[in-house]
Design a protein around this ligand. Sequence first.
Ligand code: RP5
Length: 155
Amino acid sequence: MKVSIIMGSTSDLETMSPAIRTLEEFGIEYEKRVISAHRTPDLMCEYAKSARSRGIGVIIAGAGGAAHVAGVVAGMTTVPVIGVPIQTKALGGMDSLLSIVQMPGGIPVATMAINGSKNAALLAVEILALSDAALLEKLEAYRKKQTQAVLDATI
Ligand code: RP5
């Protein structure tokens, strides 16, 4: 299963980079694309509707401002969608957060913190690890290492 990382604009790439690095750390195959709900609506529909048949297991969707890509994609696929609200200059990302998080009943989007793309990737890893024992081992090792780093920290 592949993970898809989509984002509303090339200007979102830097914020979405921790997700990319995290998937690479776990050796997970992924694809990444700029897909805008407003600027490329036809592409968004086509992409969402074909995601499952193309072997996509989780979609991570980052967007800022009037951030509609995660929710609209979720409405067109049963592949789990994780939304990442991107921080904005005008409203600090509260606009993005509220645009993504308040989904109507029936169409869920797992919404991360503002700029929380690293956790989006880790949640995708957790979902894929439900049916992948080797990935689960890597995830457990990652958690142990993280815990140890905190225990070893000297301040
Ligand atoms: C959203 O508008 C994008 O996700 C981006 O966060 C924001 C600004 O886009 P640009 O004007 O920088 O392309 O659709």
